[in-house]
Design a protein around this ligand. Structure first.
Ligand code: PGA
Length: 254
């Protein structure tokens, strides 16, 4: 499976800053992305077109939107539609990120509507799941992952479920590891990714083997290659360490 190395730029970078970072990336990747990896960037909305323009006609580079509201258009002040993201050149969307769930109170139900809507609109979806520290300490890891996956994927129409390979990636991001510098240990990552693979197989059958499961949460150049080498880790979702081109390039090459 092609590994996906994804950058979540969150609410960082003006357009000139985005252009500068992406210019450094494309220059360094001019010979192609290593090991045929897919490099995916989720810039803030205002920089989606900037990154798209820099990635045009290059292989294994893609751009996604960090958020959207799951209806075609309407009176939803402050929101952005999938049609607008498509127009700007994005082909992926991030759904269920812990900052959306916890800072903006996005419910499992909204995550489910967003997942279904984005897939229907032809987007590739990166669905983020992960437990809080409290849930982990209470031994609820598997239950939380199961609830998050089944609430997001369960309502999908049968026809869509059969065609998720190539259109859905899962990102396991333990909430306690995001932006905290605390990275999950190899045993913890293995356990969670194996649980996710098994849950996906229960839900989707054979398709489960073809769905990339990324790890996210304090990924750095120093821990990236150990993480990406673990069983069932098909890529990385990187926040802080993706903001500097040099640091993200090291992670891409790990
Ligand atoms: P971090 O963020 O790498 O800064 O921990 C990861 C994420 O939120 O996707």
């Amino acid at each position: 499976m092609q590994k996906i190395i994804a950058a979540n730029w969150k609410m960082y970078k003006t357009r000139p800053e985005a252009a500068q970072t992406v210019a450094e990336l494309t220059q360094a990747l001019a010979g192609g992305t290593p090991h045929d990896r897919l490099v995916l960037i989720f810039p803030p909305f205002t920089s989606v077109d900037v990154v798209v323009a820099a990635f045009r006609d290059k292989k294994n580079l893609a751009v996604g939107g960090q958020n959207f509201y799951p209806v075609e258009q309407g009176a939803f002040t402050g929101e952005i539609s999938t049609a607008m993201l498509k127009d700007a050149g994005a082909t992926w969307v991030l759904v269920g990120h812990s900052e959306r769930r916890h800072v903006f109170s996005e419910s499992d139900e909204l995550v489910a509507r967003k997942t279904a809507f984005a897939l229907e609109q032809g987007f590739k979806v990166m669905l983020c799941v992960g437990e809080t520290l409290q849930e982990r300490e209470a031994g609820q890891l598997r239950d939380v992952l199961s609830r998050q996956l089944s609430s997001a994927l369960g309502p999908l129409p049968e026809a869509q479920r059969g065609t998720l390979a190539g259109r859905l990636a899962i990102a396991y991001e333990p909430v306690w590891a995001i932006g905290t510098g605390k990275v999950a240990g190899p045993a913890e990552v293995r356990e969670a990714h194996a649980a996710l693979r098994a849950l996906l197989a229960e839900m989707l059958g054979e398709t489960a083997a073809d769905l990339p499961i990324l790890y996210g949460g304090s990924v750095k150049p120093t821990n990236a290659s150990a993480l990406v080498g673990l069983d069932n880790v098909d890529g990385l979702l990187v926040g802080g360490a993706s903001l500097e081109a040099q640091s993200f390039l090291q992670i891409i090459g790990s």
